[in-house]
Design a protein around this ligand. Structure first.
Ligand SMILES: [Zn+2]
Length: 66
């Protein structure tokens, strides 16, 4: 049996995500996203496609109360 393609779960992990070919570019976009929204994006390297994705999107801890 010959398996030359990536596992299915790898595709799913990358599907719908923006992929950047360079870390510099990914970090740039992440910073722009952080400025626009009150969220914290983080660029990380994908172990499946070896590209860069933006993760996070978590709300920053703000002065707003609970
Ligand atoms: Zn990926």
């Amino acid at each position: 049996m010959k398996v030359s393609t990536a596992p299915v779960y790898a595709r799913v992990a990358c599907e719908g995500k923006q992929r950047f070919s360079s870390a510099v570019l990914a970090h740039q976009v992440a910073r722009q996203g952080n400025r626009r929204a009150d969220r914290s994006y983080r660029a990380y390297r994908c172990v499946y496609c070896h590209g860069w994705h933006l993760g996070g999107g978590v709300f920053k801890t703000s002065a707003k109360g609970k």
